[in-house]
Structure formats: C-alpha cells, structure tokens
Design a protein around this ligand. Structure first.
Ligand SMILES: Nc1nc2c(ncn2[C@@H]2O[C@H](COP(=O)(O)OP(=O)(O)OP(=O)(O)O)[C@@H](O)[C@H]2O)c(=O)[nH]1
Ligand SMILES: [Mg+2]
Length: 516
C-alpha cells in the first residue's frame, strides 16, 4: 500500500478546543490542518481514525487507512518539524517525523493559503527540499476561491505547483488525486514486481521440497519454476500463510495507567523500535496510538494511551478528550495491561482504572513497571496483593507481573499473562457441564426463601456470550436473589472453570410461572 506522509508547520501552540471538522484530529494553531485532511480522506474511505478536535495536540505519529477515489493508501499524520535535540519533547517529536519521512513514499506539505507563506513555511519547505522524499505542496483553506494570494506566493517555495485545496470543505481533492496518482502507480508497479519475485522464490522453494519428498525419489534439480503448476489460488494461499500463519485477528491489547508509568516505553521495547514519544514529563502521550506486532506466533494490536490523572485534577477540555479516548481504547480492547510505577503502586487512581477495565468487561493484567528502580520490592509486591484482595475482590486472581520496560526485563512473562487471561476471557462452558455444576452448587448451598415465603429455584443455566463470559440463569423471582448468592455463584464459576481474574457476568431471567 502506498504510504503518504502529511507534514506541516505546526508550532506546538497552546491547546485549546476548536470547532472544526467532525472527525478532525489535532494540530496546527493555523486551523484546518493536516489532521483534518487526514480525517477528510480517511473518513471518505469509511475509516474512522480516533480523533480529537484540539489544535497542537499530536505528539506521536498517527496512521490511518485512506482512499481517494480508486487510490488506497496509508496516511501518516505527524507532529511538527521543530528543530530541537532529543533532550526536549519537541526534539523527540521531531524524531518521529523524521522516521516517518524515511518510511513514506510521498510527503504532503500543507500551508494555510489565507495566511500566506509564513517564514516558518519557508523554513519547513527548506527542510523538506533536503529530505529524501518527493513533496507535494498543498495550499489549504482555498475554499470558494479564497486564499489566492497565498496560493501564488506558494510557487516561490520551490516545491513545484501548489495544489489548491480545502480540507474542511473537501474541495480540490480531484487535483490532489492527479498529483498523487503517479506516486501510487509507481509504488504499485514496485509492489507487483516484489510480489512476482516472492512468488518466484516460493516456486523455487516448492521445487526444493518436492525433491525432498518426491514419491519416486527422482531428483528435480533441472526443474524450472515454469514447470510447476499451481492449483488455482494456491500461490495466494502461500502469501497469506507467510503473513498470518493462523489467519487470526490480532489480539487487541490496551496499555493503560497513570501518566509517566512507562506505557509508551513498554510498547517501544516490545516493538524493538522508538515508535512512540516517551519522556520524564508527565502526560507525554495524548492520542491513543495502535501498532500491530507479533509475539509467540500470535498477532497483537498494541494500543498506547494517554495517562489518566485523578478526575479532580483534570483541568481542561483537552484532558477530558484524552480521557475519553483512553476509555474508548479500553472498550475496544480485549486485554488491558494496567501499568504501575513500582515505587508508587496501587494508589486510588490505579484502582479506579482497574475498576474501569473490569466494569467494561475487559481482561486485566497488572504490570508493575520500573522494577529496576524499585526501592523496596517486598513491600511493593505485598501492597499490590493487599490492594487487589481488599479493593478488587470481585475479580480475584488478576495476574501481576514485575517488569522493566526500560531494560526489557519481564516482557515475555507479561505477554504470557496477556495470553493467559485472553484465553480465560474467551472461555466457553458447555450447557451440560454448566448445569451439572449448577446442581452441585445448589445442593451445597440451597437457595433461600423469596419474599413471598417460597423457596427460590434456579432451573437452568447457559452461557449466553463469551468475551467476557456471560451466563444466563433462568429462575423464579430473580429480584429476590440476595447479592451474596450471586457472589457465591460468580466465584464458583471463576474457580471451577478456570476464569481467575476475569470479569464474569450473570443475567438472571424470570421463568414464566413464578409459582411453578
Ligand atoms: N527506571 C525505569 N524508568 C522507566 C521504565 N519505563 C519507563 N521509564 C521512564 O519513565 C518515564 C516515562 O516513560 P513513558 O514511557 O513516557 O511513560 P508513559 O506512561 O507513556 O507516560 P504518559 O504518556 O505521560 O502517560 C521515562 O523517562 C522513561 O524512561 C523502567 O522500566 N524503569
Ligand atoms: Mg506515553
């Protein structure tokens, strides 16, 4: 797929909410932005990148699939191009942009045509001219013929003819299409060639295998690729197998926690590259960023999230949006890793986040990070265990793993725990087993009398849903069932069907005749 980078002069301005494109993420104090272009295109493609609507927000690079008529591509929206060293945040944001510049096939530089060419535009045009990537200059905010002055000025930037566009109004996309088409075609031709090479290599490999197992032992040394006939579609299968041996969807894992606990560092370490901006400042990450990754033969979609501060400390609408985005990431996740700082484990905010995860019915793993810097390991582990027992008893058995994202320790154990809870979260219990189990539970502790003086009866149970495991129980007078009995059943299910640490849901349904 062609990959396009969108860059623009985006001084990290003070964040303030703005009106704007319904699905417009981020930046630029200059108004409709690269991000609104990203969204405009991605949105037309039917994709819904998770977006916020504040300028100057993005720090990481964000990616979304896009489509413009028949062109499909991956759009990468970047933070600014400020020149600074890695010791400051802007410098680390810039590193992300530089990396995106080396990976993309073409860069789109956006200027605000109504504001005209600014000195900053000239500066960035200079930088992009030196970058190893073709550039298309886009003069944005040209809706209804506005911004003509800026459009003409843009010729002076030395980046070729500017494309007049209005990202917000969706005008000028045809001209953009014409500008992009040659890059798309060139890339497709390259891909076709690479595919042909891969198919050729696969044919050679198939030839080698055939020689190993040939029924008559005949050597196939002289075999040419053209001599081997593949059944219809077989070559495609080969390609698919190489990418996705099990044909499974990636397991969606959100990394959540308070600010500064090492969430982004953890994902970088797992990926083995500096994909996300990290740093000692609290609140570095602002967008939920998803990256695909493989481990142990499985595919994962790791989602970095903005750190969650205590509700009382959330001051502005930007933070509220960040919280909303993190919550959304939790809802979309299958497993959530709650990352703690080993020197400040399990304070109230950690517990609040853990409860959010459980209430949303997600599987939870607790990662005690910064173990390398932990001053009292024994006390830390004791505190984690005590707090889980006292405040999260409704999901007894949540695994916790100590790790150091910085040093890359404990990562395999963390991923094993993720797979373990994912398996439990997907647990399915057969109806016959479930009802045998239910009879045993009812015999051990008979149901109490209902408010009308008759003994309650549970007649039948079945698992209605997995992810999280949800059981429907059909009974007389469900409203009379005491909470303690619900807990008895839930913890029995958890223990007897190996679902430790998993939120389990019980739905009680009234049978038709309460007197039966
Ligand atoms: N000693 C130690 N420091 C770590 C470890 N993991 C992360 N850090 C440091 O903790 C700081 C915060 O790391 P980030 O990865 O940016 O934290 P985050 O949770 O993504 O922070 P926000 O995005 O602000 O929520 C950085 O200075 C990291 O170098 C670790 O395992 N050990
Ligand atoms: Mg972060």
């Amino acid at each position: 797929m062609t990959s396009w980078l969108i860059a623009e002069d985006r001084p990290a301005g003070p964040a303030s909410p703005t009106r704007g494109f319904p699905c417009s993420p981020l930046p630029s104090s200059a108004g409709p932005t690269s991000a609104s272009l990203l969204c405009s295109i991605a949105w037309q493609a039917g994709a819904s990148p998770s977006c916020t609507i504040c300028p100057g927000v993005t720090r990481d690079r964000r990616e979304a699939p896009g489509r413009l008529a028949d062109l499909s591509f991956r759009i990468v929206d970047t933070a600014g191009l400020e020149e600074a060293g890695p010791e400051v945040l802007e410098g680390r944001m810039r590193q992300q942009t530089d990396r995106a510049l080396t990976e993309a096939h073409v860069a789109l530089m956006l200027i605000d045509a109504r504001a005209g060419v600014t000195p900053l535009d000239a500066h960035f045009a200079d930088l992009l001219r030196k970058a190893p990537i073709p550039v298309i200059l886009v003069a944005n905010k040209c809706e209804g013929g506005a911004g003509k002055g800026g459009l003409y000025e843009a010729y002076g930037l030395g980046l070729g003819d500017p494309v007049p566009l209005s990202a917000e109004h969706g005008e000028g996309l045809g001209v953009l299409y014409d500008a992009l088409r040659p890059f798309h075609d060139a890339h497709m031709a390259e891909e076709a060639k690479a595919e042909a090479d891969a198919a050729y290599a696969a044919l050679l490999a198939a030839g080698a295998q055939a020689r190993d197992v040939g029924p008559d032992g005949a050597a196939l040394d002289a075999l040419e690729p053209d001599d081997i006939e593949l059944a219809d579609g077989e070559d495609n299968d080969f390609a698919v197998e190489a990418i996705d041996p099990r044909g499974e969807r990636p397991i969606q894992v959100a990394i959540v926690g308070r600010p500064n606990t090492g969430k982004s560092t953890l994902i970088n370490r797992l990926l083995g590259e500096e994909r996300l901006v990290t740093g000692p400042e609290a609140g570095v990450t602002r967008d939920a960023i998803a990256v695909d990754w493989g481990w142990g033969g499985r595919r994962f979609r790791l989602v970095d999230t903005a750190g969650l501060r205590r509700k009382a400390r959330i001051e502005n609408s930007l933070e509220k949006l960040m919280v909303a985005e993190t919550l959304n990431a939790i809802r979309l996740a299958e497993v959530c890793v709650l990352l703690l700082d080993a020197n400040m484990v399990m304070d109230r905010q950690d517990l609040t986040i853990a409860r959010m995860v459980v209430d949303e019915g997600r599987a939870l793993v607790i990662g005690v990070n910064k173990w390398d810097a932990c001053t009292d390991r024994g006390a830390t582990l004791q505190r984690v265990a005590d707090r889980l027992e006292s405040s999260l008893a409704q999901v007894r058995g949540v695994p916790n793993v100590t790790l150091s994202a910085l040093q890359g320790r404990g990562l395999d154990q963390l991923m094993e725990a993720v797979l373990l809870v994912h398996g439990r979260w997907n647990r399915r219990v057969s109806t016959s087993r479930l009802n045998r189990w239910l009879q045993g539970m009812l015999e051990r502790h008979p149901l109490p009398l209902g408010k009308h003086g008759r003994r309650l009866k549970i007649r039948y149970a079945t698992q209605a849903k997995i992810r999280p495991p949800t059981f429907a129980l059909f009974m007389t007078r469900p409203d009379d069932l005491p909470e303690s009995y619900v807990r008895y059943l839930t913890s029995g299910l958890r223990e007897d069907f190996d679902m430790a640490g998993i939120p389990i849901r019980l739905l009680f349904r009234a049978t038709k005749n309460p007197y039966a």
